[in-house]
Design a protein around this ligand. Structure first.
Ligand code: NG6
Ligand code: CA
Length: 508
């Protein structure tokens, strides 16, 4: 058990905020004086064991560790899904991803996944008087399915609650390789229009498949289409050359944007969703970090991400905002080694265990798919500690609504503010997590139930990863058997039955 979880007076202040002062009807100006800034820093494919504070990590991550050491480190923090789009959908909407058929890994020209009429975390905070911004990876679709990248791309992040957006449309391995600022491609030369297709190449444009001599990093599967900056990607693009990103500069670019957002919005409460692109493929660190960890590019971009977090925290400090800013750090899904480029991730992993002690990783219904690093820091308001509570990123919506005096949403998000602030360990009783193809598992207490599923037990596109699918029903005690090696389903049919009944209740 944790002791002295909250400094007495600050807790009273927080409770006071939540209960009386911040009624949704209250005058915004009055509220905004006291509301804390909220920053969600969200890594891409960073595993539980990639963060050195979680014991298993061999790559030093002093700045991520600092958030944990100065705040609450969650030992049972989950993403809602083992891939990016569905996980981010849940973070921003408070809804389980499998309730939305379209919430699957999206291509770079996919339409906006979130209905602008649907309640979102940023829109809720905007109502509470926050300046809201998203910087970094989006991957929730843009436009209406027929985007002209040379015009304003809409609807997008700005239509679902963000006042400011500076984003990559999808992933760093998908076209278009440009930044979209408030719906406009940044740095586009009107004389060199940008065209994007996921169906066929544009006449005469080189590809990784046909022009491997142009590549500085070889693909291992997929990723053999249009080339930008010596890296071939998924999808085809033509033109827009002046706007295309340089991977090595991406971290500095997003960081500068995040710092600028803080400096510009510091007078009012702000909500910043700082969505790092690391350690997703292609892993191309700034030369300052290349070769620094001994774990190959995957290790080096984790070091780079950690540095970005450190610089960002320094900005909060310099601006005098540390004690008035709630910082949440997590990852969208579990880790993967070879995810489509020959970048030595598997060869150089050594005794580093990105998945910690858990089974599986990205794409997997096993625990490491969704069991991610999660930590919350709020200087002077949270007494540092470790929490065993079961929590999910989907719960941030309701919990932050509570913090800011907004009505609680009517969705899958559970109000766990006191848990996130380290005041209690009464987290969720149960949670549904998602693997590939909207297939789900049920965690209740220390038990995990994976129903019988048809489908390949391994990811089929060359990634060395278990999907978690099996014809056998699987039941694990995750506390005693973190690595999910001991399937107890045969032995404990009554437990399976009881869990299945509760699981079905949620799935309705
Ligand atoms: C897969 C890609 C993978 C990655 C993933 C999305 C191939 C072979 N694999 O389809 O490289 O981009 O999609 O990752 O193309 S996520 O973190 O955004 O969910
Ligand atoms: Ca991801």
């Amino acid at each position: 058990m944790r002791k002295n979880l909250i400094v007495g007076s600050t807790l009273i202040t927080t409770a006071f905020f939540a209960q009386s002062c911040f009624s949704p009807q209250a005058d915004n100006a009055q509220q905004t004086d006291k509301l804390p800034n909220i920053v969600v820093i969200f890594a891409d494919d960073l595993g539980f064991g990639d963060v050195s504070v979680y014991d298993a990590g061999k790559i030093p991550t002093p700045n991520m560790d600092r958030i944990a050491n100065d705040g609450i480190r969650f030992e049972n923090g989950y993403a809602a899904s083992a891939t990016c789009t569905p996980s981010r959908f849940s973070l921003l909407t408070g809804q389980y991803p499998w309730r939305n058929e379209g919430a699957q890994v999206l291509q770079g020209d996919a339409p906006l996944l979130i209905d602008p009429a649907q309640p979102t975390l940023p829109a809720m905070l905007k109502k509470a008087g926050y300046a809201t911004g998203v910087i970094g990876k989006w991957h929730l679709g843009l436009g209406n399915g027929n985007v002209d990248w040379n015009q304003t791309v809409t609807p997008g992040a700005n239509e679902v609650g963000f006042d400011y957006s500076y984003i990559m449309a999808a992933t760093n391995d998908r076209v278009p390789n440009v930044f979209v600022k408030n719906g406009k491609v940044e740095g586009l030369d009107p004389n060199d229009p940008l065209e994007v297709s996921y169906r066929k190449n544009f006449e005469g444009e080189p590809t990784g498949k046909d022009n491997p001599e142009m590549l500085k990093m070889m693909y291992s599967h997929g990723h053999d289409m249009s080339i930008n900056n010596g890296v071939s990607r998924i999808g085809f693009q033509k033109g827009g050359k002046a706007a295309q990103w340089v991977d090595e500069e991406m971290a500095d670019n997003f960081l500068a944007q995040a710092q600028q957002f803080v400096r510009q919005k510091k007078e009012q409460p702000f909500f910043l969703y700082y969505a790092l692109h690391q350690p997703h493929v292609p892993r191309v660190p700034n030369p300052r970090f290349a070769g620094t960890t001994g774990f190959g590019p995957r290790g080096d971009v984790i070091a780079e991400a950690d540095w970005c977090i450190g610089e960002f925290l320094k900005t909060l400090e310099v601006e005098g905002l540390m004690e008035n800013t709630l910082v949440i750090f997590s990852s969208d899904n579990g880790p993967v080694l070879d995810d489509g480029y020959a970048d030595d991730a598997a060869e150089k992993v050594g005794d580093h265990t990105p998945w910690g002690l858990f089974r599986g990783g990205k794409y997997s219904l096993y625990d490491a798919g969704t069991h991610v690093p999660l930590m919350v820091m709020w200087k002077g308001h949270i007494q540092p500690g470790v929490s065993e509570a079961l929590v999910c990123q989907v719960d941030l919506f309701a919990s932050l609504a509570k913090l800011t005096g907004q009505p609680l949403p009517d969705n899958d998000s559970k109000e766990l503010l006191d848990v996130f602030l380290g005041k209690t360990e009464n987290g969720r009783e149960s949670l549904v997590v998602e693997g590939l193809q909207h297939k789900t598992a049920f965690r209740q207490g220390d038990w995990v139930l994976i129903p019988s599923y048809k489908g390949s037990p391994r990811v089929t596109w060359g990634v060395d990863m278990e999907t978690g699918f099996s014809k056998e029903v699987q039941l694990y005690n995750i506390k005693e058997d973190k690595a999910q090696q001991n399937n107890l389903a045969q032995q404990m049919p009554e437990k399976v039955k009881a869990l299945m009944a509760d699981f079905q209740e949620v799935l309705k």
